[in-house]
Write a protein of this length. Sequence first.
Length: 280
Amino acid sequence: MNRTAALVGVSAMVAGAAFTMSMPTAHAATARNGVCESGEFCLYYNSGEAGSVSDFSTSISDYGATQPSCYDFKGAGAGKGLCVKNHAASVWNRTSKTVYVYYNSGYAGTKQAIGAGVKVNLIAALKNNNAGHHIGAISTGTAQTPVNDYKAHLSQTYGFAYANCTAFAAYRVNTRDHRAFKEGYGGVHWGNANQWYAAAKRVGIKVDRVPKVGAIAVNTVHHTSTDGVLRGHVAYINKVYANGSFDVEEYNWNVHHGYGTRHIAALNSADGGFQYAIHF
């Protein structure tokens, strides 16, 4: 006897009692169970969606490279138990959005767009060189019009050096990002621009390699041209382009103690560019 017939028989034997049955409902995907279910993004150890699978229902900025903290392949087959980072060869996007696979952690570097419902091998640059994925496009914010509205005397208001890059960045954080930021914020010393990365991490402010309007771009390796001292540089990101490049507003870079703008090809660039974004 099948399950439906058995239930009907039980119902008939319950005299004078109300017996209500509900219709079966669709089940949500069970996260990280080694089965590629509807609503998940799945990475496979081998090409052609073969070998062990690792299933995800959320974006992951860094798969992790070593056990016991990495995301591993869960399903049966070749690769089971290995870390996903730098070991995936193909994917299946069972979400309703485009998913982007990235070469670097923090959603950075070369990326491949995987359309909803698509099964595909990773491109040569990402095959066995994958660090994370993002479900849906990353919002880059609404572009802001560059304007030289900063008054140098406000440097004292925020506790940073006169007409310096740090003072201008603090001004933008206060007036555009609406955060009451100044030297000593969060109980830590922010100091020169090259110290901002560590200070932000200490107080729990998000730092990554994803440019976004309203973030502060940080250069931790720049040496001043006059005395060779490592002081770094910071600037306000006011526009981001689809290819990952962005525009900044800044002080004391091309113009001594003055305002300027630049177009930057990418984060994680050399001395004249920026390595990180602080998201106040």
